[in-house]
Design a protein around this ligand. Structure first.
Ligand code: PHE
Length: 350
């Protein structure tokens, strides 16, 4: 066949192919097909020597022009398909319109969430957070806290003993001792953590629960400081209209001692609920209007002496609150066992 005709045919077939190209990969393939080492243009050029000498120059020129014009067409089409065309066509086929798999993010356990909230309130009041071990010495858990040998809580049946002198702490108060033995006044700490008591599980009791202990010792720390700190806490935690009530109580490590109640968040301290024209006693607070959340008091001077503090110079207050109790009040949970059952439907509500 006449070489010029051949060049014309290559041209029209290349144009048709480039026109039909849809992806970057098509462009790449066409470049190899027409301009590659085994392509028709190379073939034409290699045969120039077989032509009569006077035709060689013109044919060579035509072949080179064709090569340039195919290259230009390929580039133009690649630009039209977009810069991502080559990458997309080379990548494995993914249906990007398919909805993704739902991704479950984790969340804090309600007890730890509540504990964080409690700690955040006290942090703002200048308390620092400290921790203590769950296995305690009898000295820290009892002796130093002025709990006498005859006290029922020191009985093996009232505590989990690990050996003769060590036990699972029955409250976070031993961390008061650890802190005071390590630092000089002023002291202002809160202690979140787990505590253990051999209680038979029911709606309100469990053998493991959480407390947040508070301790402030310094010069001129008074009962009114305790009252204002705890009232402020209650309002931050349960709402600004929350009232607090201090009831006389007894703890060997505080003197005087007080049990602290907050006004019931369900009936607003009224003790009664309006339900469909009728009044009925509020079941959350049992009709009393109050919910107990913690024990507190002024640090017993004997405890200050036990850690080598000058009890004439320094005074302090301490409190210990049940985190489960606070969470139950705040989120209206009526059974403490729910916190440890690992029920996803329950836990995912928080
Ligand atoms: N440790 C006491 C308890 O577990 C609570 C408490 C702490 C009371 C600090 C007074 C002061 O019941």
């Amino acid at each position: 066949m006449d070489i010029k005709k051949e060049i014309d045919q290559i041209k029209s077939s290349a144009e048709a192919d480039i026109n039909a190209a849809k992806t970057g990969a098509d462009i790449d393939n066409l470049r190899v097909k027409y301009l590659g080492k085994k392509g028709p243009i190379k073939d034409v050029l290699s045969r120039l020597g077989t032509l009569p000498p006077e035709q060689r120059g013109e044919t060579g020129k035509l072949a080179n022009e064709l090569k340039n014009s195919i290259e230009a067409l390929l580039q133009e089409k690649a630009g039209f398909l977009g810069p991502a065309a080559a990458a997309v066509s080379a990548a494995p086929k993914v249906d990007i319109s398919l909805p993704g798999k739902p991704y479950r993010t984790g969340f804090r356990h309600p007890i730890y969430r509540t504990m964080d909230e409690i700690c955040a309130v006290f942090s703002k009041l200048g308390f620092s957070i400290v921790y203590g071990p769950e296995i305690e010495t009898e000295f820290n858990n009892f002796e130093a806290l002025n709990i006498p040998l005859q006290h029922p809580s020191r009985d093996a049946f009232d505590t989990f003993y690990v050996d003769n002198k060590n036990l699972l702490r029955s409250h976070t108060s031993p961390v008061q001792i650890r802190t005071m033995l390590k630092t000089k006044p002023p002291v202002r700490v809160i202690v979140p953590g787990k505590v253990y008591r051999p209680d038979t599980p029911d709606a309100r009791h469990f053998y493991m629960f959480h407390q947040v202990e508070g301790l402030m010792v310094g010069e001129d720390v008074t009962f009114s400081d305790l009252k204002s700190v705890l009232s402020m806490f209650a309002q931050k935690m349960f709402g600004s209209s929350t009232k607090t009530r201090f009831r006389p109580s007894f703890f060997p490590f505080t003197e005087p001692s007080a049990e602290v109640d907050v006004s019931c968040i369900i009936c607003n301290g009224k003790g009664i609920l309006q339900q469909a024209e009728k009044e009925k006693a509020c079941s959350t607070c049992g009709g009393s209007g109050w919910l107990e959340i913690l024990g507190s008091g002024m640090v017993n001077p004997k405890v200050l002496q036990n850690v080598g503090y000058d009890s004439e110079k320094y005074t302090g207050f301490a409190f210990g609150m049940g985190v489960e109790r606070v969470a139950m009040v705040k989120y209206q949970i009526d059974d403490i066992r729910l916190f440890t059952e690992n029920n996803y439907r329950f836990l995912s509500q928080f």
